[in-house]
Design a protein around this ligand. Structure first.
Ligand code: 6GU
Length: 239
């Protein structure tokens, strides 16, 4: 899998080297390329923004540097196997199933906007050429797409076959099919008693049936309490 990042702050992606994603890069599982969008400007001030057509506050990212960067990084041919991601609060919510689908992609290009956003023709052009995803991490506003791109990267790369030492731990965590779409149950390890707090007795009982049913009850209780939205769907596992 090759990952490209287009940003006016490419140093954000330096952290990928010190993470498990960096280990995956060393092992040849992923290839990481961070680019400075200003490399595709031609004026003395390396301008990437301009005032919004129609007026209003803030600035909009000009289409030209994006187009030239696409030409050089991706090419000028249509190829639906290239996934181009535009992180933005106006995108569709990013989910575990979206991460799972992207984990089999050969190429992902992250387009990290700043200011009020990117000229929409950049997104329309990319859509005419490649597979575009406009995604949001949640209902809050970040200053730019970089931190979102890092989060999406981590969610995707850990699902790339060969990344996880123990792939079974993927099946049991929150939102995975193995958890029936419920939140993960609470975890404990030794010591059995710590600062006056004890590990639930059932987990020390050695009774696998009772342990499974305790964990299931806790998952259902937590999901109802914290994420009632997840219990509405037919796939929630609460029937
Ligand atoms: Cl993907 N981008 C930005 N800029 N803000 C966000 C977001 C993304 N998701 C939530 N807030």
């Amino acid at each position: 899998m090759r990952l490209d990042y287009l940003s006016i702050f490419p140093a954000y992606f330096d952290v990928l080297d010190i993470s498990l994603v960096g280990k995956a890069a060393i092992n040849g599982l992923v290839e990481i390329h961070a680019h400075d969008l200003r490399d595709w400007t031609h004026d003395r001030h390396r301008t990437v923004d301009d005032t919004p057509c129609g007026g209003g506050a803030g600035m909009v990212m000009k289409p030209d540097p994006w187009g030239e960067a696409f030409d050089e990084i991706i090419g000028t041919e249509s190829d639906p196997s290239v996934h181009v991601i535009f992180p933005a609060p106006s995108g569709t919510p990013f989910t575990q199933s979206a991460a799972a689908e992207l984990s089999s992609a050969q190429r992902i290009v992250f387009c990290c906007g700043r200011y009020e956003g990117i000229d929409h023709r950049v997104i329309d052009y990319a859509r005419s050429m490649w597979t575009v995803h406009e995604v949001s991490l949640g209902d809050y506003v970040l200053n730019g797409g970089e931190v979102a791109a890092l989060a999406i990267t981590e969610a995707v790369v850990r699902l790339v076959p060969g990344f996880m030492g123990n792939p079974e731990s993927l099946a049991e965590e929150s939102f995975s099919a193995g958890q029936d779409g419920l939140l993960e149950y609470p975890l404990f390890t030794r010591p059995v008693s710590w600062r006056g707090l004890d590990v639930p007795e059932v987990l020390m009982s050695g009774h696998h049936g009772r342990i499974a049913s305790w964990r299931r009850d806790e998952s259902v209780r937590l999901t109802r309490e914290r994420r009632p939205d997840l219990t509405d769907s037919d796939s929630s596992g609460i029937h």
